[in-house]
Write a protein that binds this ligand. Structure first.
Ligand code: GLA
Length: 378
């Protein structure tokens, strides 16, 4: 009798084990299936915010929150099949509610700097918040990176998330009610496509970008100094000591700013005071979606290509990161732990008549596309 009971227990245990394992495997499979799912990410400004997980047919996973339109992680396999995130980000909303340097965020209404926070439209002077030395940076004190965006999930052939935001007339000093849409799509080719559009009811200025911090090793304890970068730009916009363009479009040839050929980021960084934080002027002459830059990292085999309709990119080497901020698992985010390729119009364009215009008129539609495409060389 005792033996039978014991046998029963053993069989029951085996069945329970098999059942639980199968369930876990199925759950893992389900979690990895192509599409878009939503989970709660907390509250900001009294509104519930969400974290969306976009998964493509390769199992690549991009997480985006409608708080600031932030890309919080982009998990993909390296050449050895090891999964890790190629962007800096936090696991929970608290990191984003605290001060952080625009990790993964949508930046606007005007990404980058406007000198002294002032510009004229039709002889009317507009005054913006001064939040970066003497200048205005990245849309002001409460820019688009801190807004709660209205989310719409689209799950047709590829997972896609539409984020909408109404930036009211006078917000941060900008004129006009601006209706902004940012459409994130993760394709099966491991492309994260970001499509921006905006309309206004008064003349205003617009410059939208995404501020993702990339580290292709997937490990923030490595710097990006060994990453190889190529930018299709023979010129950059020279800047003064407060990073405002002087108006001069300077050739990169023979300078440490030359990335026309694939070059290690760290090779000449010591000759650039503070590190790279410069706007490159692409060679392309029109607003077609064109490949403009690529970054590769040997150990992981990862390659990131950048395509955009924009005329420039702010190449920033995480110079102001200093180890104070920690990742969600407690690792210090050191200087040069990541690099940004912020596709954009040039800084301070509202005050530089020779730069491509950033003026948006009522009746016009602002439209811009940037694609970050990830691949692996084995
Ligand atoms: C941009 C700027 C940098 C810095 C970062 C955020 O890239 O150009 O100077 O402000 O954003 O820290």
């Amino acid at each position: 009798m005792k033996r039978i009971t014991l046998l029963g227990i053993v069989i029951a245990t085996i069945f329970t084990f098999l059942f639980t394992s199968c369930n876990q495997i199925n759950k893992a499979k389900m979690e990895k299936s192509k599409g878009i799912t939503r989970s709660s990410f907390g509250t900001a400004g009294g509104k519930e915010v969400f974290l969306y997980t976009l998964i493509n047919s390769k199992g690549t996973e991009v997480k985006i929150t409608n708080f600031g339109g932030i890309v919080t992680s982009w998990i993909s396999a390296d050449k050895n099949g090891k999964n890790s995130s190629i962007v800096l980000g936090y696991d929970s909303l608290s990191g984003y509610l605290a001060t952080h340097p625009y990790f993964g965020a949508i930046v606007g209404r005007y990404g980058n700097r406007i000198a002294k926070g002032k510009f004229l439209i039709d002889s009317i002077e507009y005054t913006l918040a001064i939040n970066n030395g003497p200048n205005h940076l990245h849309g002001g004190v409460v820019g688009f990176d801190k807004a709660v965006w209205e989310p719409t999930v689209e799950n047709d052939s590829v997972p896609s998330l539409l984020l909408s935001y109404l930036s009211k007339d006078g917000e941060e000093g900008y004129p006009g009610n601006l209706n902004v849409d940012v459409h994130y799509t993760l394709t099966d080719e491991d492309e994260l496509k970001i499509e921006y559009s905006a309309t206004t009811d008064k003349k205003t200025v617009v410059n939208l970008t995404n501020h993702s911090y990339f580290n292709l090793t997937g490990d923030v304890t490595n710097t990006i100094l060994d990453h190889e970068l190529q930018i299709d730009a023979d010129h950059f916009t020279a800047v003064d000591s407060t990073l405002i363009p002087t108006g001069e479009i300077t050739p990169v040839k023979g300078t440490p700013y030359d990335f026309t050929q694939p070059t290690k980021v760290g090779l000449r960084i010591d000759s650039v005071k503070g590190g790279y934080d410069h706007n490159y002027v692409f060679n392309k002459i029109d607003a077609s979606l064109t490949k403009v830059a690529s970054v590769s990292e040997q150990k992981s085999g990862r390659v990131l290509e950048v395509f955009t309709t924009e005329p420039g990119v702010q190449f920033y080497t995480g110079n102001f990161l200093d180890g104070t901020l920690k990742t969600s698992d407690g690792k210090a985010i050191q200087q040069h732990a990541a690099l940004c390729l912020e596709t954009q119009h040039f800084p301070d364009s509202p005050n530089e008549p020779t730069f491509p215009t950033t003026l948006l008129l009522p009746g016009q539609k602002f439209h811009s596309i940037t694609v970050y495409k990830l691949s692996v060389i084995k």
